[in-house]
Design a protein around this ligand. Structure first.
Ligand SMILES: Cc1cc2nc3c(=O)[nH]c(=O)nc-3n(C[C@H](O)[C@H](O)[C@H](O)COP(=O)(O)OP(=O)(O)OC[C@H]3O[C@@H](n4cnc5c(N)ncnc54)[C@H](O)[C@@H]3O)c2cc1C
Ligand code: FES
Length: 262
């Protein structure tokens, strides 16, 4: 069940170019949230921008009732969020959507993150660590200074391998190329991914060829965020039949082999 609430801003600060961490006091949402879900957030008290913006749940502390977001400034809404001050309130709806499916405790899994796609995967790896899973993390960024969450993943005892587009840190190339060089994911129970669509499309093809299951967290423009307006529809193919599913209510996480990657 989702809640609508005014959450107190506890902290907002930059962590990388154009990328901000925000902490909110939102005990009801923190208590209910599972990895892969998102909140729909009002960025301003005025009518501009009118629509809420979807942001993944980056981390939660259930005992403290705290929820964290990690976002890149993409336009007007996220720019307003970046200017919020501790003590201000923002209106949130959440937790929304269907999250990642969890493996059996102790499983070996892989996680692939590209750019700001790392945001929901920290919460996922937090839960996987509680379940004593062995996690290999394939982490991609444009360059070293844009790399996100590598320290957090390492603290949670994930094995982290990095690719940057310009080679300023780790392997020079893309996340799918990195995965071909480090094929540990071939022996895992599941590969979870979030990042640019092109990256996830290539990874989905690798997984399908190796017959390894995968789950992808998708992004689409959203209106209502709760399944009513159909503005976030994507094509999903199941048992040879192609249908439209709503990223907000049926996703954002889908089996990677069911997504029609266009
Ligand atoms: C389920 C979900 C989870 C998300 N989680 C995060 C997150 O954790 N961190 C984060 O930084 N971003 C996340 N996003 C993307 C985020 O919602 C958009 O960047 C944000 O809505 C942009 O709002 P804006 O007003 O700043 O920019 P706008 O002015 O609305 O748009 C600026 C640019 O961003 C593009 N854009 C806007 N919304 C989306 C979208 N939903 N998907 C793809 N492109 C978009 C526009 O086409 C435009 O080019 C998520 C999106 C979804 C659907
Ligand atoms: S945003 Fe309205 S149905 Fe998904």
């Amino acid at each position: 069940m989702s809640k609508v609430m005014d959450a107190r801003v506890l902290a907002v600060y930059p962590v990388a170019p154009e990328t901000f961490y925000m902490e909110l006091e939102a005990p009801d949402i923190a208590r209910l949230a599972v990895p892969g879900q998102f909140v729909h957030i009002r960025c301003s008290d005025s009518k501009d921008p009118l629509l809420r913006r979807p942001l993944s749940i980056h981390m939660v502390s259930r005992p403290k009732g705290v929820l964290a977001l990690l976002f890149r400034v993409a336009g007007a809404g996220t720019a307003l969020l970046a200017q919020k001050q501790p003590g201000e309130r923002v209106n949130l709806m959440g937790p929304l959507g269907r999250g990642f499916s969890m493996p059996l405790p102790g499983s070996r899994v892989a996680v692939a993150a590209g750019g700001i796609g790392a945001a929901p995967l920290v919460f996922l790896v937090q839960e996987l660590a509680h379940m004593k899973c062995q996690v290999t993390l394939y982490l991609g960024a444009r360059d070293k200074k844009s790399l996100l969450c590598d320290g957090q993943f390492e603290q949670m005892e994930a094995e982290v391998v990095v690719a940057t587009d310009d080679g300023s840190f780790g392997f020079k190339g893309t996340v799918p190329e990195l995965m071909q060089k480090h094929p540990d994911w071939r022996r895992t129970a599941m590969t979870y991914m979030c990042g640019p669509k092109g990256m996830m499309k290539e990874i989905a093809a690798l997984l399908q060829e190796a017959d390894v299951p995968g789950e992808a967290s998708l992004e689409e423009h959203m209106g209502c965020g709760v399944g009513a307006c159909l503005s976030c529809a994507v094509k999903i193919s199941h048992h040879g039949e192609t249908t439209h599913k709503r990223v907000c209510a049926d996703g954002p996480v889908f089996p990677s082999w069911q997504v029609v990657w266009e």
